[in-house]
Design a protein around this ligand. Sequence first.
Ligand SMILES: Cc1cc2nc3c(=O)[nH]c(=O)nc-3n(C[C@H](O)[C@H](O)[C@H](O)COP(=O)(O)OP(=O)(O)OC[C@H]3O[C@@H](n4cnc5c(N)ncnc54)[C@H](O)[C@@H]3O)c2cc1C
Ligand SMILES: NC(=O)c1ccc[n+]([C@@H]2O[C@H](COP(=O)([O-])OP(=O)(O)OC[C@H]3O[C@@H](n4cnc5c(N)ncnc54)[C@H](OP(=O)(O)O)[C@@H]3O)[C@@H](O)[C@H]2O)c1
Length: 394
Amino acid sequence: MAEVSTATPSPYNRKNPYLAELIRHERLTKSGSGKDTRHFVLNLAGSGLKYTPGDSLAVFGRNSPRLVDEIIRLTGFDPSSPVTVKDSLGQPKSVPFHQALSENFILNRATKKILAGIEERIQQGEQRNRLMEIVDNDELQADYVYTRDYVDVLKEFDEAKFESPEVFLTQLSPIPPRLYSIASSLAAHPDEVHLCIAIVRYETHGREKTGLCSGFFADHAEMHKRNIPIYVQESRHFRLPKDSARDIIMVGPGTGIAPFRAFLEQRAADGAKGRNWLFFGEQHRASDFFYEAEFDAWQKKGVLTRFDTAFSRDQAQKIYVQNRMLENAKEIWAWLQGGAYFYVCGDAHRMAKDVHHALIDIARDHGGLSPEAAAEYVNVTLMKTDKRYLRDVY
Ligand SMILES: Cc1cc2nc3c(=O)[nH]c(=O)nc-3n(C[C@H](O)[C@H](O)[C@H](O)COP(=O)(O)OP(=O)(O)OC[C@H]3O[C@@H](n4cnc5c(N)ncnc54)[C@H](O)[C@@H]3O)c2cc1C
Ligand SMILES: NC(=O)c1ccc[n+]([C@@H]2O[C@H](COP(=O)([O-])OP(=O)(O)OC[C@H]3O[C@@H](n4cnc5c(N)ncnc54)[C@H](OP(=O)(O)O)[C@@H]3O)[C@@H](O)[C@H]2O)c1
């Protein structure tokens, strides 16, 4: 079977999202884990929505009800006051203040805009002096807003009073959709889309904070209600090889595993002849081995030809996916020489860069190439000419 086709354009997009229903939700991390990573399943039945492994799902999250209530209390406005917001098509519509706070504006991360708004409305005195100290120093201001939400800011500068709910809303920024790499194949789960999400949780200034969208999924999304706005963000390049007899190597630590679960489901459904090699990494085998039973079953069925894990914190020295790659360098080189595709998904800041360097080292040491020729092979031949080094990193 070929890839699931997305030939018919989806009727749903950023301006016209589909309201999906959450039908399953389970923890992937077990007790003792330092993380909270979860698996979510949304129902697409009747939507006509299609996707291909490698695509992402865009989701509009909503703010935590507690944060909304706190903002209402601190601003002192009536939660039912009508305010005008823009709908997804950019048209004005009237909604109650509390709904606008919940659905339309970011509340969990302050911006410089709110400080400027407060500056215009605060009298001479201690609070104004403190505010001016912050806004007159770019570095201090950036650090100040980075660690605070609007509750922290409104509490600290409670002398500033906004004229109306609508004026207050002009100080906020609209909620953009968040992207999640799709963790399922329609061939294995018709009418469903699966996500693997690391819930962002941290504490600053004595208050627990959560990421807007990951926190929404974990703590506030209601089951069996069609009220989660989504659309499919098609990937232009992150795709399985058209020729299913090609081998693939997948490197996906943490939530980077998501698209590779989808790839393996698709390859199994297609009866693909190509071999599949997966590198997965997380902190601890006992608590963070996501989808362990599924990978075990795929290994037994022969779908997963090779599976290497790197549990970084199970020993004194960190072991990462790139260490496992280097231990298997000769074989990786042989797979690449045989035309294998190489995929990386997950953290862009450190992991993807280190994996990239490991790949260049493998080309140098096992391809007998100079350091420059090895870099050229990875950066140009694999990535640009052959287009078989593909990344989905964030
Ligand atoms: C193509 C693509 C695919 C993706 N796929 C996935 C995926 O499959 N799974 C997944 O989990 N994520 C994925 N992401 C990331 C995802 O889109 C979101 O960025 C992530 O879930 C965080 O969003 P949020 O709304 O929960 O958090 P936000 O409300 O955006 O908050 C996150 C921010 O909180 C801040 N923060 C975090 N810790 C602290 C701290 N200690 N102090 C102060 N500030 C802090 C950071 O600035 C961070 O950027 C993907 C991103 C892209 C672009
Ligand atoms: N804002 C936050 O609070 C927060 C927290 C975590 C992740 N993130 C971001 O969220 C995304 C996904 O996070 P995630 O939870 O899925 O997993 P992740 O943080 O990428 O961690 C997955 C595994 O990768 C390891 N790792 C760390 N640095 C690495 C490197 N340079 N090379 C290879 N492996 C490395 C981790 O080890 P160690 O942890 O032992 O180093 C862990 O075993 C990333 O973009 C990450 O930056 C944000």
